[in-house]
Design a protein around this ligand. Sequence first.
Ligand code: PMP
Length: 361
Amino acid sequence: MTQVYNFSSGPAMLPADVLRRAQNELCDWQGLGTSVMEISHRSKEFIQVAEEAEKDFRDLLQIPSNYKVLFCHGGGRGQFAGVPLNILGDKTTADYVDGGYWASSAVKEAHKYCNPNVIDAKVTVDGLRAIKPMSEWQVSENSAYLHFCPNETIDGIAIHEAPDFGDTVVVADYSSSILSHPMDVSRFGVIYAGAQKNIGPAGLTLVIVREDLLGKAHKACPSILDYTVLNDNDSMFNTPPTFAWYLSGLVFKWLKEQGGVETMDKINRAKAELLYGVIDKSDFYRNDVASANRSRMNVPFQLADSALDKLFLEESFAAGLHALKGHRVVGGMRASIYNAMPLEGVKALTNFMVDFERRHG
Ligand code: PMP
């Protein structure tokens, strides 16, 4: 069978070792004669899984003790509502940095709860798409928080700067880049991420919230989105997505075995360098993001002759390189290369790209 590398943007590939372990223990988990999916979330066995997952996640990101980690439902979009409902307090505005598709989707949802002050950070530099440096983000006076998305999954744009906004509560949508590099959690008020890219299966959403921000949810906030309710109930106010929680826990253990987020960062940089290198060297492929804002997770690229797109997708699929079709709003191709994608997968892709160009360029 051809070795398959899955470049899906999410749900995305998971580490093969993790899938094999889950397969081995699927039908008889911990000798219980049942799967982990079929036991109570309140059983001592599952609570151990839940606690270990939280501990490993905390270790990986060195999350300070004054931050709570919540295991939620609702995905990234759930948090587009969850953030204003929990963090606005008595304020009526919040700053939203617009750097791409997902940041602007967060703005749309925020309009239901406040008057977002949109900071348009999108600029073009020498014909390339870029993001204004953080020093140029004008934070407004009565803002409850500043929201931004450090990795735009569709646009392939990343903000690599670490925020430094003093007392301003910084909120970040890390759905597509969490755990891909070390980060200083203490610079943030809230970090959230849907699991289905760099954490585990869809269905689980992680929220990291500084504890002094708890206790001020809007009275109409649904309890399952209320950080305080979730925290008071150890993320088990309602039945959590237990299988996704368990599998994410296995991913955290795998990450620790690999050397943690420092090692991931090195490998992710090497993968991105290799892929952008091949794109930049040729006139056949093109990526129009300024180098300082290029994503190391999602690499969109176009073929100079879009008439070849269909053939590129057919041939790459046949070669075991799956899910390279670009997002419908961007077109072209996109390779998502999260933590689980090994360097070999990116090598297989770049070898294919060079060969395709030789044959059709
Ligand atoms: N934010 C980002 C950065 C995303 O990539 C996505 C999903 N692709 C979302 C939010 C929305 O996530 P969900 O589908 O889990 O609601």
